[in-house]
Design a binder for this molecule. Structure first.
Ligand code: AMP
Length: 368
């Protein structure tokens, strides 16, 4: 089944949803029948679930609605803004936040902050779906219909870019097992950029170099560029939040990609986790991290040589170069262990002619 550009497959049958709703309703009736709760429905996705819960609730209750902007296509944004306030007066009331899905927990957190300001008596959370692997907060989700894997789902009120809410079953994004997502790894000057340019043509992949994107933004004096520049000039890493948001935006610009070559990303564990989450939400994953291994002194020599023509300030100064290599060992090299633990790490000798190194890389990619 196709919605916009993406293909979805059936995941949860409507009978299972029905059972989950009955279970949650029974618990709500047992715990809250005499508390005259306000069911606070989180629009738009929770409208169907909420209607079913309210129909089954045996005590007195009131309704309220809140709309928050949180999803950007496939991924949940960090910044949440309330679009519509809650009413009636919630002071000293028992409020049940009715959610279709609790994912990272960012939406729940934003709503709880609003409710706490209103002075409510107690907050309960009822969610039809809950993704334990994605949840990053500590508020207990009191009533859960079904726990699900970290897949992107649509149906029964949930949408992908506006479509799919009217589907009676739940569908998940079809996993695109054939996507070739590679992390090209290695210290600065290892030849990642050069090799990525060749591999992207040979394998028809999208090459994302975070360094290049930063440099483009610096050249065009965007606010992202301004933020990044102060770090880059010193050979330091740009903060994770900024880098991750940028990477996500680059990936989402290419919904039809057969795969990506990530060059210069991830550089920290937080970035590696964010990448896994992003690809997972698209039904795919990192296939391999391929590292180009090159001796430090060779790197310094190469970068100084490149600095003569690249126009890059961070290539022109030996001290900055050595700091970049130091940062690599201090903050980035640990990712080798991260991908080794997933059996995805491949080390390649990065010294030799360009075509020799391409051959070594292709041997690995062809086996994946
Ligand atoms: P590169 O072109 O990959 O050598 O990157 C140049 C500079 O951009 C680095 O020294 C960092 O300051 C910044 N940068 C590039 N990618 C990242 C990343 N994934 N995380 C943080 N900073 C980055």
């Amino acid at each position: 089944m196709k919605l916009h550009d993406l293909t979805f497959e059936k995941f949860i049958d409507e009978h299972e949803i029905e059972k989950a709703i009955s279970k949650v309703s029974a618990q709500l009736n047992k715990d809250l029948k005499d508390t005259r709760p306000v069911f606070l429905t989180v629009l738009n996705g929770a409208f169907l679930f909420s209607a079913e819960l309210v129909k089954r609730f045996k005590g007195a209750c009131e309704l309220s609605f809140i709309k928050v902007a949180s999803y950007d296509g496939l991924t949940q944004r960090e910044d949440i803004s309330t679009v519509m306030g809650a009413e009636p007066n919630l002071k000293a009331r028992t409020v049940v936040i009715v959610e279709d899905i609790v994912d990272t927990g960012n939406t729940i957190e934003a709503i709880i902050a609003i409710l706490e300001k209103e002075g409510v008596k107690q907050i309960k959370i009822a969610s039809l779906f809950y993704k334990p692997e994605a949840y990053q907060k500590t508020y207990p989700v009191d009533y859960i219909g079904l726990e699900i894997t970290n897949d992107f789902i649509v149906g029964f009120g949930l949408d992908y870019k506006g479509l799919g809410r009217n589907l009676n079953h739940i569908y998940k994004l079809t996993s695109t097992q054939d996507m070739t997502n590679l992390v090209l790894f290695g210290p600065p000057g290892a030849g990642k950029g050069t090799q990525a340019e060749i591999l992207k043509r040979n394998y028809d992949l999208i090459h994302i170099s975070t360094g290049d994107v930063f440099r483009y933004n610096i050249k065009n004096q965007t606010s992202l560029g301004m933020t990044a520049k102060s770090y880059i000039d010193k050979g330091m890493l740009v903060p994770d939040g900024v880098t991750i948001d940028m990477l996500r935006a680059e990936v989402e610009k290419n919904p039809e990609a057969k795969g990506f070559i990530f060059d210069g990303f991830p550089r920290t564990k937080a970035q590696a986790k964010a990448l896994a989450e992003l690809l997972n939400s698209m039904g795919t994953e990192v296939k391999a991290m391929i590292a180009l291994e090159v001796d430090d002194e060779v790197l310094v020599e190469r970068l100084l040589e490149r600095g003569k023509s690249s126009g890059r300030a961070d290539d022109a100064n030996e001290e900055v170069i050595r700091n970049r290599i130091k940062v690599y060992y201090a903050e980035t090299a640990i990712l080798k262990e991260y991908y080794q633990a997933e059996d995805k790490y491949y080390g390649i000798n990065g010294v030799g002619s360009i075509s020799e190194i391409t051959d070594r890389l292709s041997t690995v990619i062809d086996q994946l």
